[in-house]
Ligand binder design. Structure first.
Ligand SMILES: Cc1ncc(COP(=O)(O)O)c(C=O)c1O
Length: 398
């Protein structure tokens, strides 16, 4: 038996949606992307949504947009507080936008950035005004403590960018992740809860930020009028002495999406609540089945309102090696992955920060060495869930 960490099943609806695009020769960003933006903003509870080609691109757009936003006007070199335990795209977006990532440690129970650690850090620095943004990550679907994060950010005029790539629909005090900061960033990568292969979205209530991101994803293009509108002289930028489609007011990227991506994602958005509750049910089933491993494994500590990316576990009994357990699970046909690692001390690309952070992020390092997750997706069958539980018990029960 092979138990996959994630799965994607294309049915007749997906095939019809893709065929329609090809039949109409509408493949580059257009009506489907717009429809997704409107429906996803409604789902998350924000006024606006801007899609892009993937979730790394959306993070980069928001971070870079802070240079042009009138409330922030970053210039490069400023500090951005973030979590050390995440997929590397979070840090990469900070660094490629020209800022310095500052890592504070996480909570072990839900892998979220520790607001106590952020406060302690901010109290100890003498350049508080250089810290201009925070990027919390709702890792594995667990929401960070957004009230505290927003309070700290408010005191220091920091932009809060929620990396919600792994948390489509997670709730924090009744609000969806991605709706509580200046902006949220989502990824619809193949293994996520809404899957499109590659696809990303920015959610925000800030019209200025949405406008900058929208222009920036098209190399800073000023004009998004339709060709007929331009030809009929309706474009507001037509008198600037140049064809409006080739006028650019910010420096940007080509991070536009294709219509195939929202065509697939929209079908899942229609049934997202079913997807999330099936995943939660699977997590609860595994929690019950594995309760005898208390003291050896830390299981998901809470399930209410959480949109689980996978079934996360922490091996707390030091006599077991995570890598060995991972290998034994693979031998039993159960795909698994580490819960990422501590970026500045365990990630080769960030080796230049190793000395600075060594020994300072014990929780993130502990998860980096002892965390792993298996699938909890909606396509798992009963016998596959039982196989996960039986395999873990036979590996870990002494
Ligand atoms: C926390 C986090 N941030 C960002 C990303 C980047 O998203 P993408 O793979 O769509 O570029 C991911 C992807 O898995 C992620 O898990």
């Amino acid at each position: 038996m092979r138990v996959k960490i994630g799965d994607l099943v294309f049915g007749p609806e997906e095939k019809r949606a893709i065929n329609e695009l090809m039949d109409n020769s509408t493949i580059s960003e257009g009506a489907k992307c717009k429809e997704f933006e409107s429906k996803f903003a409604d789902f998350i509870g924000t006024e606006r949504c801007v899609v892009a080609c993937n979730g790394t691109a959306t993070l980069m757009l928001v971070m870079y947009a802070l240079r042009y936003h009138s409330a922030y006007k970053l210039r490069g070199g400023e500090k951005v507080i973030t979590t050390p335990l995440t997929y590397i795209a979070t840090s990469n977006a900070i660094v490629t936008a020209g800022y310095e990532p500052v890592y504070v440690d996480i909570n072990l129970d839900d892998f979220s950035i520790s607001t106590d650690q952020i406060k302690a850090y901010m109290e100890g620095v003498d350049d508080a005004d250089q810290h201009r943004a925070m990027m919390p990550v709702h890792l594995m679907g667990y929401p960070c403590d957004m009230d505290e994060i927003n309070k700290i950010a408010g005191r220091h005029n920091m932009a809060v960018v929620e990396d919600s790539a792994e948390a489509h629909g997670s709730l924090y005090k009744g609000r969806r992740t991605g709706s509580m900061g200046l902006a949220g960033s989502f990824s619809f990568y193949i293994a996520h809860n809404i899957q499109a292969g590659e696809f990303g979205a920015i959610t925000t209530n800030d019209a200025e930020l949405a406008g900058i991101c929208k222009r920036m994803k098209g190399n800073g293009r000023l004009c998004y009028c339709t060709v007929p509108d331009i030809e009929q002289g309706k474009c507001p930028h037509q008198n600037m002495g140049f064809h409006p489609r080739y006028l650019h007011d910010v420096i940007g990227f080509n991070f536009k999406a294709m219509e195939y991506q929202p065509a697939i994602a929209l079908l899942q958005l229609n049934v997202v609540n079913d997807i999330l509750s099936k995943r939660r049910e699977n997590v609860e089933y595994l929690n019950d089945a594995l309760s005898t491993l208390d003291g050896v494994l830390q299981l998901p500590t809470r399930t209410d309102g959480i949109s689980f990316l996978g079934y996360p576990m922490l091996i707390t009994d030091k006599s077991f090696s995570r890598d060995k357990v991972s290998g034994q699970l693979m031998k039993a046909g159960i795909e698994n992955r580490p819960i990422f690692n501590c970026i500045p001390t365990q990630q080769p690309a960030y080796a230049f920060l190793k000395k600075k952070y060594e020994g300072k992020l014990p929780n993130a390092e502990f998860v980096g060495n002892n965390g792993l997750y298996v699938g909890c997706h909606q396509y798992l069958k009963q016998e596959e869930l039982d196989h996960i539980a039986d395999a873990l018990k036979s590996i870990l029960l002494k």
